[in-house]
Every structure is written in structure tokens, then in C-alpha cells.
Design a protein around this ligand. Sequence first.
Ligand code: GLV
Ligand code: MN
Ligand code: MN
Ligand code: MN
Length: 405
Amino acid sequence: MSEHFDELWTRLAPVGRNRTTGGYRRYSWGPADTEARSWFTAAARARGLDVAADGNGNLWAWWGEPGGDAVVTGSHLDSVPDGGAYDGPLGIVGALAAVDELRRRGLRPRRPFAVAVFVEEEGARFGVPCLGSRLLTGAITPERAGRLTDADGVTWSAAMEQAGLDPEGMGSDSEILGRIGVFVELHIEQGRALAHTGDPIGVASAVWPHGRWRLDFSGQADHAGTTRTADRSDPMLPFAEAVLAARRAAEEHDALATVGKVRVSPNGTNAVPSRVRAWLDARAADEGALRAVVDSVDAEARRSAAEHGVTVTGFLESKSPLVRFDHSLRDRIAARVGGTGGAVPILTTGAGHDAGVLATAVPTAMLFVRNPTGISHAPQESATAADCRAGVTALADVLADLADA
Ligand code: GLV
Ligand code: MN
Ligand code: MN
Ligand code: MN
């Protein structure tokens, strides 16, 4: 099994890696993402799987005839800016290696079986995470998705079309969704829980509610060397106060709040900016705490904007409710992975996943592979080869059990 994993991993590893930072820049429908999707298609076909894109651009690789009550595994290939190697690809390479492992064991699924690659999981290019699974389940309309734009103003529809897919085919797809009997996603852990417990594998129980909000601060661009302080309408100031408010609110409500992306116009050293556009990512264990964080940031942004003669407008860009993964499926998987008498850690996470979106429609579950430093969404994200192998073995065990192989 390990040779299969290593061989697949080695082929995919250079795709989209930036030589300077060592991080990945695989953005949906861009050249690296396209290359990664081609890699997947070729690797799945080499295994005798039938690969096709659905109307939303997600890839489906069927082992045998597509059909109802299918066992499906998969993840995503796109990355955040300068992301790590494992977030997403581990679940895809792991799925293909699990297929190899089932074959090596002489097993063949009795239930229909597929590997899925979901598009734009990170929302790094078009802003809404898990866009492929949201479209599939109807959590976002094709009209809204089609109009989403990237930093250059290219719409999702246009990008899809450039990639050779017909945007007319977008939207919730009850036929495809109806085929999924169960979905299991293998994923790198994006925290330090398994490193602390000393376990290579964990099972997910829940995903925190989370979302993305955009704040547009508008003032007056002016000369940095001649505009008196009293005469300025500088949007940088309420922006900065909103960032600090986000940190304070996160601490107060035991939540997480991040401003990781900002655009300043016109972005000149010697000019007061005219506009600051900032994105707030907020997550909390419950909806009340999440709401409280966002309300605090919003209130401080408005207060400070008024103080500085700036206008501010807030937008909700995406929201993901609390997800509790299917209990009986989780217990069945934990029993498999934990083995006789062995317990496996059950983890909640603040990270979003396609499995979380699909959970609204079908029973879903997640397996996490230990990440020694816990760092994720950064080039330092890591997993040992032995833990990746343990992840593939666990996934193969689970899939064999579920698919009655
Ligand atoms: C995606 O990984 C997210 O949770 O932001
Ligand atoms: Mn991610
Ligand atoms: Mn991911
Ligand atoms: Mn994610």
C-alpha cells in the first residue's frame, strides 16, 4: 500500500507548489488546479475507475457501475494561498491508495463506490468555501455562484466555461446526491489534538458554525504629506479598530476571529487610502457566540467609522451552520478504527469541510490524520509518512466495512 500512496503523492506534490514559499497555490479552474484535476483523472482511470465531472465541476470516479446507496470518499485539490500539501490532497491520494489497498486485499465493494473531488473547497478564488458541495446540495443557488468573482473580476461561470464546462449545468443535483449512501472524508488534522493524545488517527464529531463577512470602509484619498490630521477621512483607522475588536470579541466569547485578507485602495505609501476592504472569518462552538463576535466587530467598525468620517458597509459572504456528524456512522467508524478495545479520539473542529456541507443531505463522517505541529493553511503543514499510511489503512478498513467488500 505504501508504494501506491508514495507514488501518487510524489506525482501530485509539485503541482501548484510555489518555489519561493514552498506553499501551494492551487486555485479553482486555474492552471495548477486544472493540472491536479488531470492528474486525478489519469490516476483514477489507470485504476479502471470511470471519471466524469458533474454539472458543478466536481469530479466523480466510479469503481464499477454508478448506483444508489453508494459509498463515497474524497476531498478537494484546491488550496488556500500558500497552503500546505495535505489539506485536501491527503483525502484524494488517500482515497486512491485505499482503492489499491482494497484490491490488494482481494476485496471488491458490493455497494456502488466512488471517489469524489469537490471544487473550490477553500473559497480562495471566489470567496465562498465548499462551493462545489454547496452547489450540489443546493446550499447556494447557481445564480449567486455564477456571479461570484475573483480578484480580477472573472466570474465563476466564466472561469468554469474557460475550463470547458457548461455553467448551465450548475445547481443542486438530486440524482447525484441521491446516489450517495454515505460519504467519508480523510483529512489532515488542522490542530494539535492528536499530537497531544499521541494517536495517529481521530474521528470527527462536529464542525463549529462559521462564516465570512466583508467590511468595506470608504473614506477620502489624499496626500500623505499635506493633509492635516483633522481634515482626513482615513478608512485605515476604523479597519484597524475592527481588527482589534475581532480579537477582543474572540477572547470574550471563546471563539476565533481572523482578518487574514485585506485590500487597500489605491495602496500607495504616500496617500491616505480611499478604501479598505477586509474579510472577517469567525468561528465559534455555538451560533450564539458566533453572532456575538460578529455583532461586536460590526458595532466597533461602525462606531470607529463615524468617529473618523468614514462609511462602512458589511456583507455576509458565506455562513456554515453547526454540523454534527451522523452518530451511528461515527460510532461504527470509531469501532473499526479503534480496533478491539482500542479507543480513537473523537474531535470537534473549527475547520470547514465538504463532508460538513454534505452532512445536511447524507450521512457523513471524517477521519483525521495527526499533524505533528498542528499548523495548517501554511507551508509548514505536515504529517509523517507512517501516519499517512495509517490514514489509508483506516480509510480502507472503513470503506471495506461500509461497502461490504
Ligand atoms: C477551510 O479549510 C476552512 O475551514 O477555512
Ligand atoms: Mn483548508
Ligand atoms: Mn480541507
Ligand atoms: Mn476546509
